[in-house]
Write a protein that binds this ligand. Structure first.
Ligand SMILES: [Cu+2]
Length: 159
């Protein structure tokens, strides 16, 4: 009997959650398609939080290791590095884009082909410390001319 009650409570919680507006809006989520043997790529999107939120973790079934990265100038050289969290200030759109913040997908299990839909889960932490996860569907875009851009050497990137 007790089990039934617990299950009911869980389903009530789940449906209440589904009806509340998403705490973080995601727009234009995409990943960069890869070429054979490439072991890493980046995911990009625009995130707008209703209240101050931080992205504290990310994961994806296609990658063994997922990190949140930023690009920054280090003695005139553009470098990327992992950051522990990405702040999403209330009402402000934070853009993850080539040359800036990105979700780094490493240890790829297979090549990412243009048009593939890649699920990326972001773990969000509110000011109250409560964590929720947000499922993002990112569509793979071809490398195209971007092969010549600095972001294209993502494949050689080591954490
Ligand atoms: Cu990176």
């Amino acid at each position: 009997m007790k089990k039934v009650i617990v299950a009911t409570l869980l389903s009530l919680t789940a449906s209440a959650w589904a009806q509340t507006p998403a705490p973080v809006e995601v727009k234009d989520a995409w990943v960069r398609a890869t070429v054979a043997q490439q072991k890493a790529t980046g995911a990009f999107m625009q995130l707008t939080a209703q209240a101050d939120t931080r992205v504290v973790q990310a994961s994806s079934p296609i990658a063994g290791v997922v990190e949140i990265h930023e690009m920054a100038m280090d003695k005139d050289v553009m470098k990327m590095r992992a950051i522990p969290a990405l702040a999403l200030p209330a009402g402000k759109t934070v853009e993850l884009k080539p040359g800036g913040y990105h979700v780094m997908l490493m240890d790829l299990k297979a090549a990412v082909k243009a048009g593939d839909v890649v699920p990326v889960t972001l773990v969000l932490e509110g000011k109250d410390g409560l964590r929720t996860s947000l499922e993002v569907k990112a569509t793979a875009r071809p490398l195209g001319n971007m092969a010549a851009s600095p972001g294209a050497n993502h494949g050689q990137h080591k954490p």
